[in-house]
Design a protein around this ligand. Structure first.
Ligand code: HEM
Length: 166
C-alpha cells in the first residue's frame, strides 16, 4: 500500500511538473505569436490590385489626360497637329497600357510607345511636365507613396521611346 501511495505521489508530482513546464513554456511562446500576428502580412498583391484595379486606373487616367491636355508645358496636341484625337480611345488605350504594365489582366492593343509618338518631336522637358501631371493626378486620388513611386517608374521607363528631342 505504501509503495502504491508513493508511486501515485510520484506520478502526481510528475504530471504537475509537466503541467508547470507547459505553463512555463507559454509566456515564452506568446510574444512570438503576438509579433507574428502584428507583423504586416507579406504582400503578394500586384501593383494593379494595390491601385484598386481597372476602375481606379480608369479614373486616374481620365483626370491625367484632362490635366495633360490643358498643360501648355506638355503641348499635347503638338501645336494643333493633332486635331481629331479620339479621347475615349486614347484613355482606353492608356488604361489598358497601365493595366497591363502593373500586372492586370488587360491586353494592350494599341501601338508601341515609339511608333505612337514618332514624329511628335517630344522634348525631355515636355515629357517631364507630363510626368508631373501624372504625379498630381495620383496625389488627387490619394495613391500611397509606394504605389505612386512604382507607377511613376513605369511611366519614366517609356521616356527613351517617347522623347525625340533632348
Ligand atoms: C509629352 C509627352 C507625350 C505627349 C505629347 C503625347 C502625345 C500623344 C498623342 C497626341 C497621342 C495620340 C496619337 C494619335 O491619336 O495618333 C498619344 C497616344 C498615346 N500615348 Fe502619348 N504622349 C506623351 C507621353 C506618353 C506617355 C508617357 C505614355 C505612357 C506612359 C503615353 C501613352 C500613349 C498611348 C498608350 C497612346 C495611344 C496609342 C495608340 O492609340 O495606338 N504617352 N500620345
Amino acid at each position: 500500500m505504501k509503495v502504491l501511495l508513493s508511486v501515485l505521489c510520484v506520478l502526481a508530482l510528475g504530471t504537475a511538473a509537466q503541467a508547470e513546464n507547459k505553463m512555463a513554456a507559454k509566456p515564452a511562446a506568446a510574444p512570438a505569436a503576438k509579433a507574428a500576428a502584428a507583423a504586416p502580412a507579406p504582400t503578394t498583391k500586384s501593383l494593379y490590385e494595390r491601385l484598386g484595379g481597372a476602375a481606379a486606373i480608369k479614373a486616374v487616367v481620365h483626370d491625367f489626360v484632362g490635366r495633360a491636355a490643358g498643360d501648355a508645358k506638355v503641348n499635347f496636341l503638338r501645336d494643333g497637329k493633332f486635331k481629331n484625337i479620339d479621347v475615349t480611345k486614347l484613355e482606353g488605350h492608356l488604361t489598358q497600357f497601365i493595366g497591363m504594365a502593373t500586372g492586370g489582366p488587360e491586353k494592350y492593343d494599341g501601338r508601341d510607345m515609339k511608333t505612337a509618338h514618332t514624329g511628335m518631336k517630344i522634348k525631355g522637358a515636355e515629357f517631364d511636365a507630363l510626368a508631373a501631371d501624372l504625379s498630381a493626378s495620383l496625389d488627387k486620388f490619394k495613391v500611397p507613396a509606394q504605389e505612386k513611386g512604382e507607377l511613376m517608374a513605369i511611366a519614366a521607363s517609356t521616356k527613351p521611346a517617347i522623347v525625340e528631342v533632348k
